[in-house]
Design a protein around this ligand. Structure first.
Ligand SMILES: C[S@@+](CC[C@H](N)C(=O)[O-])C[C@H]1O[C@@H](n2cnc3c(N)ncnc32)[C@H](O)[C@@H]1O
Length: 380
């Protein structure tokens, strides 16, 4: 996959080899816009050439990695895994990392799509033109990809009338929904009605919403999750194991993913200047109507749990925060009950695992006994 990143460098610096300083400055300029300066960010930031170049260098590879990891778990489900053609609608698509991630999965022989019809909705012309260049550079030879872009404001409810009739298999809002809602031109109830109609036209649609891994974005996303479940009857495919109200929100907490990825080589020097770039941090939901769930793709039985935290090593025990049956549970194992090479210690943040027995210490706390069989079912 790494070879492919060279297109991003060439697009940001045509006809010249940039210095590390130039790369770093562009990335920091764009990054600041999404963090410290987000309150003053103009909605047409993608039309600023430097911002767009910084976005191509860092955020496009990062967002490809997020989609890659989500699609990889979605395509575990046999109905999708065996699909040869796919219709995708990507709203606020930017430079189209969603489609580019599918190219990587096809090239690596993880999915077998032969034909993709992709429609991106985007308000910024420059982002569309970058998307078109990247698609033409990176499309696998054997894939038939029909990509089309509509320059439009996704807050304008009128555009959805036509989009719904496309009956997309997958509808994506990636790092765009927060921005669309921010402008307050679209209400939550309107959004829910739009999603309801997508499902009315195609009950097999998959809805993917990705947001940044910040506390604010994650809490808003999981509130939206709960509303979509309650009002339209959608069911999470991942990362949640059920449609119960979000356990993190119930516990006044928040939930996000932190997944390892391989950054492009041209970014490696950023580690030496103290930037943490080996992990991607984000929050997301994948929703469907037919109640299929990632756990249906796991082998084995027992209680299935999602670990939402890092393993916390403490004196005498180690603990993690388990999302389990709609509650955030403090799960522990005593040090005397495990050895240093045990599976328990290998459970990472985000992993799905099963247990065959436990001791209930309180409503919010369980202990795993020494002879508890633990199995890691899937590490995203
Ligand atoms: C943070 S970028 C995300 C781009 C891409 N989906 C990704 O994951 O990298 C948000 C994109 O949404 C677009 N956008 C924001 N508000 C929009 C709106 N109301 N209508 C259409 N596009 C919008 C922006 O121009 C920008 O390209």
């Amino acid at each position: 996959m790494k070879e492919r990143y060279i297109s991003f460098l060439n697009l940001s610096f045509p006809n010249k080899n940039p210095t590390k300083e130039q790369i770093k400055n562009l990335i920091l300029k764009t990054s600041n816009l999404f963090t410290f300066k987000s309150a003053h960010r103009k909605s047409d930031y993608m039309s600023d050439e430097d911002v767009l170049r910084g976005y191509i260098l860092y955020f496009v590879p990062v967002n490809i990695a997020k989609h890659y990891s989500i699609f990889k778990e979605l395509f575990r489900y046999p109905f999708l895994k065996n699909k040869k053609d796919l219709k995708i609608l990507d709203i606020g698509c930017g430079p189209a990392p969603a489609l580019l991630s599918l190219f990587n999965l096809i090239e690596e022989g993880i999915i077998y799509l032969e034909q993709i019809k992709y429609l991106g909705i985007e308000s910024e012309e420059k982002a569309i033109s970058i998307a078109e260049k990247l698609i033409s550079d990176l499309k696998p030879e054997k894939l038939i990809a029909e990509s089309e872009f509509i320059k439009a404001n996704a807050s304008d409810l009128k555009i959805y009338k036509n989009l719904i009739n496309i009956k997309p298999d997958i509808v994506i809002f990636s790092n765009s929904l927060g921005e669309i809602f921010e402008k307050r031109e679209i209400e939550l109830d309107d959004f829910i009605e739009i999603i309801r109609f997508f499902y009315y036209k195609n009950p097999k649609t998959t809805l993917i919403i990705i947001e940044p891994g910040t506390k604010k974005a994650s809490i808003s996303l999981h509130r939206l999750r709960d509303s979509l479940i309650e009002k339209i009857g959608l069911y999470p495919y991942s990362p949640c194991l059920n449609d119960l109200p979000c356990s993190a929100l119930k516990a006044n907490n928040w939930c996000y993913e932190e997944r390892k990825w391989s950054p492009p080589d041209y970014l490696n020097f950023l580690i030496s200047v103290g930037l943490q770039i080996n992990y991607i941090k984000f929050s997301y939901i994948v929703l469907r109507k037919d109640r299929v769930n990632i756990k249906d793709t796991f082998e084995g039985d027992g209680e299935i749990i999602k670990n939402t935290s890092h393993l916390l090593r403490e004196k005498g025990k180690s603990r993690l925060w388990a999302c389990w049956k709609g509650e955030l549970i403090d799960m522990e194992k005593l040090k005397r009950d495990f050895s240093e090479d045990e599976i328990w210690l290998k459970i990472k943040k985000g992993d799905y695992f099963s247990i065959d027995k436990y001791l209930k210490l309180s409503n919010k706390k369980v202990r795993l006994p020494k002879d508890c069989k633990i199995k890691i079912l899937y590490s995203p």
